[in-house]
Write a protein that binds this ligand. Sequence first.
Ligand code: ATP
Ligand code: MG
Length: 356
Amino acid sequence: MTSKATTAKQQGGSKDSPTKTQQIILTGDRPTGPLHLGHYVGSLRQRVALQKEYKTFVMMADAQALTDNANNPDKIRQNILEVALDYLAVGIDPKHTTIFIQSLVTELAELTMYYLNLVTIARVQRNPTVKDEIKQRGYSGESVPTGFVCYPISQAADITAFKANLVPVGSDQVPMIELAVEIVRTFNRTYNCDVLVEPKAGLSDITRLPGTDGGGKMSKSLGNAISLGDSTDVVQKKIKGMYTDPNHLRVEDPGTVEGNPVFAYLDAFDKDKKELQTLKEHYRRGGLGDTVVKKRLTEVLLAELDPIRARREEFAKDPAQVMRIIEEGTKVARAAAAQTLKEVRQAMRIDYFESR
Ligand code: ATP
Ligand code: MG
């Protein structure tokens, strides 16, 4: 091992896994629209529950959002505040969590540059989530932007720049965490160091909430979401129009619960599991109309969303204060990433003037 690499190894911390108090969370969201119920069950609830226990970084992934919105930067800009309001409304607390903007931590772009050399084109092309998203976004042939195909590499840079151990995400992100682990191993092996830390995906009990259209995943970009800030009226309308079981035409017909998003949402939010079980059995047997089940879902969801909406409206009264929280968080995040980049550059032997 070279003397440079030895130094990097010493600075990279011990091989033993850190204690609970030192554990780090990094996760985030693309500011492509307001956050929805899928984010809530897939990631936000976990972040709130763990923020006191873990050192938590939450990133608004604007650079990643631009990979498929390059011609619409205003959309990304506007949604920074929307997403921040959603964070604060669900209980992400700036006292415990560092909220920041990805593009302003320029070290992340630098790290992405280095990681691009450690991943083959074939490897990025086989990412199943990216393949699905390419189809959903209607890119044909080779029209997909390079940045979009490579966003999992930049995501690996985001995670590892903070030496995150845990990444609370939905199941669509599991391939990204797998790639991040591979990059960590390749980097540490190639540069003979242990600067980078292997992350783990933190999956909640509901890893993928379907859309109101019954589609595979509720998503901001697919127009099938119930947003956390939706008004009572909008929630009611969206539930009314929800896909159910297409063969459940008359009330007396037996219905299917599996793959029926109304029941998927009840599973996620209805606290009375016993009553829900009875409801499911009745629906399967026949004699229970969609209107009744949807009415119950409306009550359950509004009970969950009313306090979130109220807190959101409260924070929305002072957008300048919200922007200050993000600005402060971004400074803190930048300092943390800069420290890792120092170690990365040292391990890669491109720290030309540091060692003089
Ligand atoms: P976009 O359509 O712009 O990609 P999105 O709705 O997929 O937006 P992201 O910002 O890509 O949201 O995802 C942020 C986080 O929320 C990720 O951890 C992702 O796994 C999780 N998540 C998003 N949608 C769902 C869902 N329907 N169920 C569970 N988790 C989800
Ligand atoms: Mg997404």
